[in-house]
Ligand binder design. Structure first.
Ligand code: MEV
Length: 313
């Protein structure tokens, strides 16, 4: 019998990805996709992980040195909660597509933590869940800003800025929107690991910090304008900001052939703004569609992509 259920939310980033790694602001919101996990006692004598949808099945190695990259990130959770000696089965049901820029890895970490929290009655606060999921994210992609795990944990639209010093708390402000904002998420189907695109941006920045800091500053400025536009429900302005943000992300070279096609389709069919969302390099785009939403989604599907109509706020 299933003992407990728990979820971590998938997300989109409206404005500010990549620059947020360097201390700029970013706006993120949950999407109605989540990862669910269930913990059960067993007599198998180890921690067994199952992700049936992905055909993943493994026993967690007790010694972190012997874990492969996939085990390393989630293994942190069991080490930290001192559960590696238990006999259990964790089953994960991911409804957030993998490596599509929708926060799947953070949602999975939060779901597994929550499943363990409930099953073993650990009494973890959301803050503790978020902090532990952040450690998993750091292992999964090095210099994570912490925005993905924060949305995965709290499931609310928010403005985020990482702390200037390691160990300090980030700035997290919940965004209250007057009305729901209608979007289409276009999913390219091309898997892309955030670790890779974040690494690419880092080496470009290392070659010429002043040049790239300038781009991050511009992204920061338009993200803060985006907060105003969202709170005033000025969608035309928000669309312009998204389009410019996409241009700057393109300058960071985290776009891709598929992403550009999706962005063009969205704009051609009436989106007020369209940009890549999350890590890029493939993954997903987000289009602002107060009108023509169905048309935009249908055109994406006609071109062979997946499209989801979602509201945020
Ligand atoms: C990924 O969803 C967002 C990035 O800015 C990475 C991060 O903030 O950790 C690309």
């Amino acid at each position: 019998a299933i003992d407990h259920r728990a979820c971590g939310h998938g997300k989109i980033i409206m404005l500010g990805e990549h620059a947020v790694v360097y201390g700029s602001h970013a706006i993120a919101a949950p999407v109605p996709l989540a990862v669910r996990a269930v913990a059960q006692d067993t007599k198998s004598g180890g921690v067994d992980m199952f992700i049936p949808r992905w055909g993943v099945e493994y026993r967690l190695h007790r010694d972190p040195a012997h874990r492969d990259s996939f085990q390393r990130s989630l293994g942190i959770i069991f080490d930290e909660l001192q559960l590696t000696e238990r006999s259990m089965r964790i089953e994960v049901f991911p409804n957030v597509p993998r490596a599509m820029g929708l926060g799947g890895s953070a949602a999975m970490a939060v779901a597994v933590i929550r499943a363990l929290d409930q099953h073993y009655k650990l009494g973890l606060s959301d803050e503790e869940i978020n902090a532990l999921a952040f450690r998993c994210e750091e292992v999964a992609h090095g210099s994570a800003s912490g925005i993905d795990n924060t949305v995965a944990t709290y499931g609310k639209p928010l403005l985020y800025k990482r702390a200037a010093k390691q160990g300090d708390a980030p700035m997290v402000r919940e965004l209250h929107l007057p009305k729901r904002i209608p979007l289409v998420i276009g999913i390219s189907g091309k898997e892309s690991l955030t670790a890779v695109t974040v690494g690419k941006v880092r080496s470009a920045w290392q070659r010429n910090p002043a040049l790239y800091d300038g781009i991050f500053q511009q992204i920061d400025g338009l993200t803060l304008q985006g907060v105003e536009a969202m709170q005033q429900y000025d969608l035309e302005r928000l669309g312009d900001l998204m389009n410019i943000c996409h241009g700057l992300l393109n300058a960071l070279r985290v776009s891709s052939w598929e992403v550009e096609e999706l962005v063009q389709i969205a704009r051609e069919h009436g989106a007020l703004g369209a940009k890549l969302t999350g890590g890029g390099g493939g993954g997903s785009i987000v289009a602002l569609c107060p009108q023509n939403r169905e048309k935009v989604a249908a055109a994406m599907r006609d071109a062979g992509y997946q499209a989801m109509e979602v509201d945020i706020g």
